[in-house]
Write a protein of this length. Structure first.
Length: 381
């Protein structure tokens, strides 16, 4: 059966569906004539993927079936990630009221994976440019899942392993979920009790997840060990290199990077290149060298979403990979004399005139953007 993807906009709450709706595995989700009653139902369906049947014309091209009366828009990675964040928030804050929790988490994982497949640059850019989407502890899990997936794929991890790492990313901080936002916004030094909460949260998270019916030992183990270090200085068990699964190490690196580039009340977000340098140089004794190298290859020296100033004086945003990890593609937004450009201009930073001179905080860049301005409909809200 040929399929065409439909979007959230094609389902009108309160009106009968004009077609049967399927997921990406051809499983029937809703029959023609079904009336969707709530926006929340639409969001849940979008996370699973929405498809209608399509037919082929005489030339062999795929055409919408007779019931698909509206054009099919290109899916948005940004919108999918925002929906995944909303869905995850509801699941985590109602942990013990959810039946079959893990299959629902796997649906969120699938939505994030699909967003990365649509456009990995948009997914990475969201970590830096979409920080207002959802509460910090929930959004942080989604950000870590994106990074973990990219690194796992680069290391040729099997899909089931990548899924387990991503699920652990979404669940790793549930043990301090209701305290995480407070800790994120805290302007004072942490108390002894707060330090204890942080050190105990991996064990607390694993315990809560087991009580909630999650039985995947790999997921529970990655959650338990995502703050361990190569030299045994981590917590909660003080395990050393060979005792820590490589997949837990992937999660740990993603966690450290995403935490550093998130802004806090008591400090600015670290510049992304400085965050990488801080992790990979000052903490190099705690990180497996091969994993560090893979991390740099996937994120680049100037991660996607970074604001930069070029040698010619233009200011722009890193929008994707270039010819090397140090020469990404940049779209310029402000001209050499400080005037906003009419539209973003693509710059190849391996060229001397357009090389990156410095990385900027968003406030220093002095420009407000929408992600759609940079990536088009794949970053539409």
């Amino acid at each position: 059966m040929e399929q065409r993807r439909i979007s959230m906009a094609d389902i009108v709450v309160g009106k009968p569906l004009p077609w049967d709706v399927y997921d990406s595995n051809n499983k029937l989700l809703l029959r023609k004539g079904h009336v969707v009653q709530r926006e929340q139902q639409v969001e849940t369906l979008v996370l699973r993927g929405l498809f209608v049947t399509a037919t082929s014309d005489s030339a062999g091209s795929i055409q919408p079936g007779p019931a698909a009366v509206r054009p099919i828009e290109r899916p948005s990675a940004l919108r999918l990630l925002n929906l995944a964040t909303k869905r995850l928030e509801r699941l985590l804050f109602n942990l013990h009221n959810e039946s079959e929790l893990y299959p629902k988490i796997v649906e969120v994982v699938a939505a994030i994976r699909f967003a990365v497949d649509i456009n990995p640059d948009v997914a990475l850019g969201c970590i830096l440019l979409n920080q207002d989407a959802g509460s910090y502890p929930v959004r942080h899990g989604v950000d870590c899942a994106v990074v973990s997936l990219l690194v796992a794929r680069a290391m040729n991890k099997p899909p089931q392993e990548a899924q387990a790492i991503m699920a652990a990313a979404l669940l790793m901080n549930v043990g301090m979920l209701r305290h995480h936002e407070h800790l994120h916004r805290c302007e004072q030094p942490l108390s002894a009790e707060e330090h204890a909460l942080i050190r105990n949260h991996p064990e607390q998270s694993a315990s809560l997840l087991r009580d909630a019916g999650i039985a995947d030992e790999n997921v529970l183990n990655y959650v338990l060990l995502h703050h361990e270090n190569e030299d045994g200085s981590g917590y909660p068990r003080g395990k050393r290199s060979a005792e820590i699964p490589e997949n837990a190490k992937i999660l740990a690196l993603a966690d450290r990077y995403c935490a550093r580039v998130s802004s806090r009340l008591y400090r600015k977000a670290m510049l992304p290149n400085a965050a990488l340098r801080d992790i990979l140089l000052t903490e190099k004794k705690n990180i497996q060298p091969l994993l560090a190298a893979c991390f740099i290859r996937e994120l680049g020296t100037y991660p996607t979403g970074s604001f930069v100033r070029l040698v010619n004086g233009e200011v722009g945003v890193v929008t994707g990979r270039g010819s090397s990890t140090t020469t990404p593609v940049v779209h310029a937004l402000i001209g050499p004399r400080g005037a906003p450009l009419s539209f973003p201009i693509r710059r190849e930073t391996h060229k001397e005139l357009h090389a990156i001179r410095e990385v900027l905080h968003e406030a220093q860049a002095g420009v407000r953007i929408s992600m759609q301005q940079l990536w088009g409909t794949e970053a539409a809200l």
